[in-house]
Design a protein around this ligand. Structure first.
Ligand code: SAH
Ligand code: SF4
Ligand code: F3S
Length: 459
């Protein structure tokens, strides 16, 4: 808690320092929901430090780039956008540029920024989020570049201010870090060891969100199923969920991500029993080949994975199931890949996030024998073609049904339509008024298109 006080003290000090200057700040975010949630806290801290929050980097007096390292492409984008800010700094020398997040939590990347990006004022690791006000303050005061790497800090900073992107939808981190060390993945190296927030803190945050009219709350963690391990049986993820379901209000709970090795039948039972929990399960399988799963250090096999899927469908016949799949993991043969396609046909996923394997320096798989790029691309194309086929079938089955959806606002792809999401996270486009945004309504599905359903409001 002492640490929090310090963060708040620095926010106050910055506010005094910048008083009358009318400064603004911009947070640019890459990566997963975990980063989105962190960026909302960064914006909250900057706002409490006297900055107005803007969307346009060119207008800002402070720019924070929150980066991702999960694939090479994510790093390239963050570096190229940072490179683009050089001219902003030349035009406005008082501009402060800071980089944080997973990419700079790798020692080699922090060094690269130090050497090749001299206009970056400060860098801080994922464990150092709450230190931002102090770092920014010192950066003004000392006019020196500041580099604050991760050092295994495990204390969770509670009570930081948050500026949420949406008024009706919110992310709530329930734990940080990852202990699993899947052989392809950089996350455990850049996010540190698993640590869970105290249940009462989470319950309080969800209670406040529900009271403020928030309609959809997504609980976040790299492996939510191992939530609470350090509390020794006092509260696991299933217990946390049932306690959250007791909170009053018209809201839906979602959660991600579940590791199949830790997802439990108890959790599925709790989902089935509670109307507040969206009937959607994101269960990353990564591969349909047992050999690949072993090489990936995933600790489950196809059979145990399918037993979870079957149990979910037995308890909740309409549940939507989504997954992550890696194509071209080192050593993946044509046969291994076909096992993945077979699994897709068996499960009939509602959504698949598929990724071409990207070697991450420092992870075991980066040193294994790699699959040539052309084979990876060819397999990815085949996977996408199959998924489109399977999805078309699935979408077709919704036509004629009435579904409860949460209206998100104007569609980004079709300006004339409004966009909403089903419990299973499917997009439904419909004609309607913008005032429906943030409300639950019923839509009758009239048509299915490749990437969305089309619906109409019921008279
Ligand atoms: N903790 C979550 C997801 C973390 S990263 C989980 O365990 O599922 C999100 C997804 O990115 C992973 O599920 C995986 O499919 C993908 N991914 C991770 N590392 C990757 C790499 N090196 N190359 C390609 N995809 C990767
Ligand atoms: Fe990465 Fe595996 Fe941890 Fe997920 S569970 S973050 S894939 S190491
Ligand atoms: Fe998320 Fe990317 Fe970090 S996926 S945890 S922001 S490496």
């Amino acid at each position: 808690m002492e640490e929090n006080k310090t963060a708040f003290d620095y926010m106050e000090a910055l506010k005094n320092m910048n008083s009358g200057l009318d400064y603004s700040a911009c947070v640019v975010t890459y990566g997963c929901q975990q980063n989105e949630a962190d960026s909302e806290k960064i914006a909250g801290m900057l706002h409490a430090s006297g900055y107005s929050i803007v969307k346009e980097p060119a207008l800002a007096d402070v720019i924070i780039v929150n980066t991702c390292a999960v694939r090479e492409h994510a790093e390239e984008r963050a570096l190229s956008i940072t490179g683009g800010y050089k001219h902003l700094k030349t035009a406005r020398p008082h501009l402060k540029i800071g980089i944080c997040g997973c990419m700079v939590s790798k020692a080699d990347m922090s060094d690269k920024i130090k050497k090749s990006y001299p206009y970056v004022d400060f860098v801080f690791g994922t464990e150092k989020l709450s230190h931002l006000p102090e770092i920014l303050y010192r950066s003004y005061e000392k006019k020196k570049r500041i580099f604050v790497p991760n050092d295994g800090e495990t204390q969770i900073a509670e009570g930081l201010p948050v500026i949420r992107e949406s008024t009706f939808r919110a992310w709530v981190s329930i734990m940080y870090g990852c202990n699993n060390f899947c052989t392809y993945c950089i996350v455990p190296y850049v996010r540190g060891r698993e640590r869970s927030r105290r249940p009462e803190m989470i319950i309080e945050e969800v209670r406040e969100l529900a009271a403020s009219g928030c309609k959809e709350i997504t609980l976040l963690g790299q492996n939510v199923n191992s939530y609470g391990k350090e509390f020794g049986g006092e509260c696991n993820f299933a217990t946390l969920l049932s306690r959250l379901c007791e909170i009053e209000g018209d809201f839906t709970l979602r959660f991600m991500t579940s590791h199949p090795k830790d997802a439990s039948f108890e959790l599925i039972d709790i989902m089935a029993k509670n109307d507040k929990i969206a009937k959607h399960f994101h269960l990353p399988v990564q591969s349909g080949s047992d050999r690949m799963l072993r090489e990936m250090n995933r600790h489950y096999n196809k059979e145990t994975y399918l037993s979870l899927v079957d149990y979910m469908r037995e308890k909740m016949p309409d549940i939507a199931i989504s997954t992550d799949i890696i194509v071209g993991f080192p050593g993946e043969t044509e046969e291994d890949f076909e096992d993945t396609l077979e699994l897709m046909k068996r499960v009939k996923y509602d959504m698949i996030f598929s990724f071409i394997y990207s070697p991450r320096t420092g992870t075991p798989a980066a040193k294994m024998e790699q699959v040539p790029d052309n084979i990876k691309t060819e397999r990815m194309n085949r996977l996408l073609a199959l998924q489109n086929e399977l999805l078309a079938e699935k979408n077709e089955a919704y036509v004629g049904k009435t579904m409860r959806v949460l209206v998100e606002g104007k569609s980004k792809t079709n300006e004339a339509k409004m966009s909403a999401r089903t419990e299973g996270n499917r997009i439904v486009l419909f004609d309607g008024d913008e005032s429906l945004t943030g409300k639950f309504i019923n839509l009758k599905i009239t048509k299915s298109a490749p990437f969305a359903l089309i619906g109409e409001t019921e008279a």
